[in-house]
Design a protein around this ligand. Structure first.
Ligand SMILES: [Zn+2]
Length: 476
């Protein structure tokens, strides 16, 4: 029997909230292990992990077990838009036309709608194997641009949706002060997004109680300048100062270099590319998460990797919007860190994000297993390990590993799924990532509590009923 660790760093006394879990095989930080017993404290954190243990008195899972996957980039309300901008009509097939479609939809959304849509989305995420989401939240105001009576109304609704679904949440209120690099004032539909640094401080203050009052590590806060297009460098610097005062060490996320037009506009405005501008004006470090960063020169890539910042890749959305292909091979060979997100939610599942991250590299290099670390061999294992590590760092929560002090968030694959038949160890992960077309997940547990069983979320039916009514109303 090997003791992997004990929870000696916990300050307050806890009692066991539930029977121990037992896994016939599980992916631990040290690799695959057999006969693993997991003890979870009342606060949902892992208190002990023991390999080679007895199953006596435990809840036993035969299917292979992985840490829950982490979604580091979501705009929840966009779930209801997925698939509505796929026509080849003249003038409507670009990223910028898609954005207009989104803006028109946004005019109608109420806080109730957002909570209903987010709950459905988070249920889907859990069924797909995500146990944590970072919500890049910019839908702050009423349609006319006035704040709600509670300026954090929409953020509170997102937190309520996460709690209803049972997914871990990193909530990132977004700084959004201008409509373009040149400082053009926000107008029209974008008025719903407008929030300056003082406004971010108010929202954070309002969120502090419900967010920090949740179970240990289940919620966290960070901040997000929307982009250098929507927040000037000076405002971004002020936001980072706010973070340092009230949330030291918390994650900072920003969209950067997603579209070539954004790069061209930035060059025209300041003769620098967006990633260079960001690094020239901010002290970017490992607390930063750069969303997309699709268009980077060699020098920009080196600046990102040297900083320790995580890049947030959303391959299904980036493909859907025609953004371009992230230079993943070069980035990883330089020691870069990444996590994955579902962003616009045209696809909600880690398998498709990881698969398309690798496939885009294969299609452009004419090689296979492009992103696999040669010393480890398995592409699926490497992609999952990296996405867990990068997602954890970008989420600012104790997640991403079956280890003492982390949230007891895990996914039990369906050992009977045909796609996984006869597979063991890393080959299981390769088969799940590259051929797991039907959902191959049996159970999902968050903070020691089962939320998905038999592949289905416990509240899937009523949540979907409410979602259908909401969307029918919005599109009616
Ligand atoms: Zn985004």
């Amino acid at each position: 029997m090997a003791i992997i660790g004990t929870r000696d760093e916990v300050v307050r006394p806890t009692k066991n909230a539930m029977p121990d879990f037992f896994f016939d095989t599980a992916l631990l930080p040290t690799g695959w292990a057999e006969a693993v017993r997991l003890t979870v404290a009342a606060d949902g954190l892992i208190a002990a992990v023991t390999a080679g243990a007895s199953p006596e008195g435990t809840d036993r899972f035969a299917g292979p077990v992985l840490p829950g996957l982490i979604n580091l980039h979501s705009h929840a309300h966009q779930r209801a838009l997925a698939g509505l901008a796929e026509r080849a009509d003249p003038g409507t097939d670009s990223f910028w036309a898609w954005r207009q479609t989104m803006y028109a939809f946004l005019e109608r959304l109420t806080p109730d709608d957002v909570e209903t849509i987010a709950t459905q989305l988070y249920v889907e995420m859990l069924e797909a194997g995500y146990t944590s989401v970072a919500e890049f939240h910019y839908l702050h105001n009423q349609p006319d641009g006035q704040p709600y009576d509670d300026p954090a109304e929409m953020a509170v609704r997102l937190a309520a949706a996460a709690d209803r679904a049972g997914i871990g949440l990193t909530l990132l209120p977004v700084l959004y002060t201008q409509a373009g690099f040149d400082g053009t004032a926000v107008a029209g539909p974008q008025r719903r997004f407008r929030l300056d640094v003082d406004g971010c401080a108010v929202v954070l203050d309002r969120l502090a109680t419900p967010i920090t009052g949740s179970e240990a590590g289940q919620h966290a806060l960070g901040l997000a300048p929307h982009s250098l297009r929507a927040a000037a460098p000076k405002a971004v610097t002020e936001l980072v100062s706010l973070r340092d005062q009230v949330l030291p060490g918390a994650p900072i996320h920003i969209h950067v270099a997603e579209q070539m037009k954004e790069v061209d506009d930035c060059l025209a405005w300041c003769r620098r590319r967006p990633v260079d501008l960001l690094f020239d004006t901010q002290s970017v470090d490992a607390t930063w998460c750069l969303i997309h960063a699709t268009h980077m020169t060699m020098e920009e890539t080196a600046r990102v990797t040297a900083s320790g910042a995580v890049v947030g890749l959303c391959p299904s959305t980036e493909a859907n919007l025609g953004d371009g292909i992230f230079p993943a091979e070069r980035f990883l060979r330089q020691g870069g860190r990444f996590g994955i997100g579902s962003d616009s939610h045209v696809s909600v599942g880690p398998v498709e994000e990881l698969r398309w991250l690798e496939y885009a590299q294969r299609l452009t290099t004419h090689r296979r297993a492009v992103l696999a670390d040669r010393s480890r061999g398995s592409t699926g294992r490497c992609l999952i390990d990296w996405a867990l590590a990068g997602g954890t760092r970008a989420s600012g929560r104790p997640i991403g590993a079956l280890a003492v002090g982390h949230r007891a968030d895990f996914v039990v694959l369906d050992g009977q799924a045909p796609a996984l038949a006869g597979r063991t160890g890393d080959t299981l992960l390769d088969s799940w990532v590259f051929s797991g077309n039907a959902r191959a997940i049996d159970t999902v547990v968050v903070g020691g509590r089962s939320v998905v069983e038999g592949g289905r979320h416990r509240a899937a039916s009523p949540v979907a009923d409410a979602y259908r009514r909401c969307v029918a109303h919005l599109l009616g």
